[in-house]
Design a protein around this ligand. Structure first.
Ligand SMILES: NC(=O)c1ccc[n+]([C@@H]2O[C@H](COP(=O)([O-])OP(=O)(O)OC[C@H]3O[C@@H](n4cnc5c(N)ncnc54)[C@H](OP(=O)(O)O)[C@@H]3O)[C@@H](O)[C@H]2O)c1
Length: 273
C-alpha cells in the first residue's frame, strides 16, 4: 500500500510519514537503514545540515539508482549563519552533498537570535524563488516566533517541525498552525524511546494488535501531524511505517489526550532566543 500524501497550502504534496536521520553518521549503518526504509515504503527523508550526513543521503539514493522525483528530501539550514550570503552558500553545499538540484522542503532549523532571523528568512524565500526548494518552512518556532515572522515575511512557512508526541502534545502551537495553514511535522514522535511503559498505551497496543510505538505514531497521524520516527533497526523501520491500516477511535484519543505531561525529550532549555 502506498503511503498517503498531504497537500500543503503551497500546492505541493508531502508523504504523511518521514524517516528521521539525526545521529546516523556511520556510512554502513546509514546504507543499511536507507535501503531498509526504501524497501519498507518510506519516500520522505528528514535531514539537516547539522546532522552531518547529507552526503550519506546523497550516496544512499544515488547508489540505489532511484529517481529523484520518487523521493521527498527535507534539509534544514542552521540558525547561526550570520547573514543572507552564508545561508545561501551553505544551502548550495547541502545540495551538492545531497546530489540534487533542489530539495522538496527547506526548513530553518531553529529560530536562532532575533537579529538574524529576517535576513535568514529572506535567503530562504529567495532559494524557493530560484526553484531550489519546492516548499519552505521552519522548525522549533512557537507562536511568538511566527507572529514576528509574519511582520516581515513575503511568504509564510508552510511547515513547522516541532517536538510532538503523546507526552508533549503542543496544543497552543498546533492550534495556531492549523488556523494559519501551516502543516505540523512531529519530531521525536516516540519521545526518543524514553517512556515505553505507559499502561494506557500498552492497553491500546493490545486492543488494536499493534505495538507501543505504532500507537504513538498513529496518534500523530490522527492529529494531522506528520511523524518523523528515527530508527537504524530494519525491523523497527518496518514497524514504524505499518500504521496506515488502523485508526484510533475517539474514546481512545481522549484517553491519550490525558497523557500530556509536556515531557521534553531533548531540549531542557530554549535554544530559540
Ligand atoms: N527539528 C529539530 O530540531 C529536530 C530535533 C530532534 C529530532 N528531529 C527529527 O526527528 C527525528 C526523530 O526524532 P528522535 O530521533 O529525536 O526521536 P524518536 O524518533 O522519537 O526516537 C528515536 C529512538 O527510538 C528508537 N526506536 C525507533 N523505533 C522504535 C520502535 N519501533 N521501538 C522501540 N524503539 C524505537 C530508536 O532506536 P534505534 O535507532 O536504535 O532503532 C531511537 O533510539 C530525527 O531523526 C530528526 O530527523 C528534528
Amino acid at each position: 500500500m502506498g503511503i498517503p500524501e498531504i497537500e500543503l497550502i503551497d500546492g505541493n504534496s508531502i508523504p504523511s510519514i518521514g524517516l528521521g536521520l539525526w545521529k546516523v553518521k556511520d556510512k554502513q549503518q546509514f546504507r543499511v537503514m536507507f535501503e531498509a526504509a526504501y524497501q519498507a515504503g518510506y519516500r520522505h527523508f528528514d535531514d539537516a545540515e547539522a546532522y552531518a550526513n547529507e552526503q550519506l543521503l546523497g550516496l544512499g539514493w544515488k547508489n540505489l539508482g532511484l529517481k529523484r522525483e520518487s523521493l521527498f528530501i527535507t534539509t534544514k539550514s542552521l540558525a547561526l549563519h550570520f547573514n543572507y550570503k552564508s545561508t545561501i552558500d551553505s544551502f548550495e553545499e547541502s545540495l551538492k552533498k545531497l546530489q540534487t538540484d533542489h530539495v522538496d522542503l527547506l526548513l530553518v532549523h531553529f529560530p536562532g537570535p532575533t537579529w538574524l532571523r529576517r535576513d535568514k528568512w529572506r535567503a530562504i524565500e529567495d532559494i524557493k524563488k530560484a526553484g531550489k526548494a519546492r516548499s519552505i518552512g521552519v522548525s522549533n518556532y512557537y507562536v511568538k516566533h511566527l507572529n514576528q515572522l509574519e511582520s516581515y515575511a513575503n511568504e509564510m512557512p508552510v511547515v513547522n517541525q516541532i517536538e510532538m508526541h503523546v507526552f508533549r502534545q503542543q496544543l497552543e502551537i498546533r492550534q495556531y498552525c492549523q488556523k494559519n495553514n501551516i502543516q505540523i511535522e512531529a519530531y521525536s514522535p516516540i519521545a526518543h524511546a524514553q517512556i515505553m511503559d505507559n499502561p494506557v498505551i500498552k492497553q491500546l497496543a493490545d486492543k488494536y494488535q499493534k505495538t507501543y510505538s505504532q500507537i504513538m505514531l498513529r496518534w500523530c497521524i490522527d492529529q494531522q501531524a506528520i511523524p518523523l520516527p528515527k530508527s537504524v533497526t530494519p525491523s523497527r523501520i518496518q514497524e514504524n511505517i505499518d500504521i496506515f491500516d488502523f485508526k484510533l477511535d475517539d474514546k481512545d484519543l481522549e484517553r491519550l489526550k490525558a497523557l500530556d505531561i509536556n515531557h521534553k525529550s531533548l531540549w531542557r532549555s530554549s535554544l530559540s532566543g
